[in-house]
Write a protein that binds this ligand. Sequence first.
Ligand code: GDP
Length: 299
Amino acid sequence: DRLRRGFSRTSERLNENLTGLVGPGIELDERTLGELEEALIATDLGPAAAARIAARVGEGRYSKTLDEAGLRAIVADEIAKILRPVAKPLEITAFPRPHVVLVVGVNGSGKTTTIAKLAHLFTEQDYSVMLAAGDTFRAAAIAQLQTWGDRAGVPVVSGKEGADAAGLVFDAHQRARAEGVDVLIVDTAGRLQNKQGLMDELAKVKRVLGKLDAAAPHDVVLVLDATVGQNAFSQIEAFRETAGVTGLVMTKLDGTARGGVLVAAAERYGLPIHAVGVGETMTDLRPFDADELARAIAG
Ligand code: GDP
């Protein structure tokens, strides 16, 4: 299926790295276990997961029955243990409505596309959705969100390039409340180069939302591009600090060999992971299913 295909490059990379490390006639001595651990680290799974997998292989070393399929089963099992606690779909719970989802992330991470995917997902679940084009810094971002809104069949509240983002979000929230909209998804600027400016803007947007509804934003979702590998960690740290991230969506897991970074991020930060992006269209968002993902990664 789509998810397995999406993860095929990650699982291929993993299997390339693991080939020949276990099997008949191979002694699982300390050196081999060390090589196994290094091979796992090289697949972006993170050192902690790699160490645990190697330790489990080491425990079973006298049974001498471990082949590559057996190793993959151990890998899948350990990955699933890490992913299960963070698997958490976005839920629309706010009362009064709207439930506000603030979406943050660096430019190019797939933020706009993910907003469209979420709009589609919530519409399918029979919620009414409105988008707010809060990245007022880039005219292209406003136009792009409008295009996606049209495709998803949901209204987009937008202003002129350079308009005050917090003011726009204020207007959008008032409109959403007046119209009884269930979910308001707010796009934000992603200029991490201007960290102070971004921090101030996000803080202001959050302040304005908080004035309209003390519980808003109900979710602050960080969109991460899996292809950046370990650089995802510095983005998580930056946005956790500036925006108070409450959960993650990882994109571009199709066509990257670095899908293991999802596991490393889960292990390291314990933040909920809501969904994963596996393509460029509106329907290419997969709910985060720990066991299914673990199997897709382990191949
Ligand atoms: P933004 O600048 O963060 O808003 O990023 P965009 O949503 O414009 O996405 C940047 C590029 O990444 C576009 O070409 C998207 O089609 C592409 N993209 C976004 N999500 C995915 C995904 O899950 N898979 C793939 N293959 N491409 C994606």
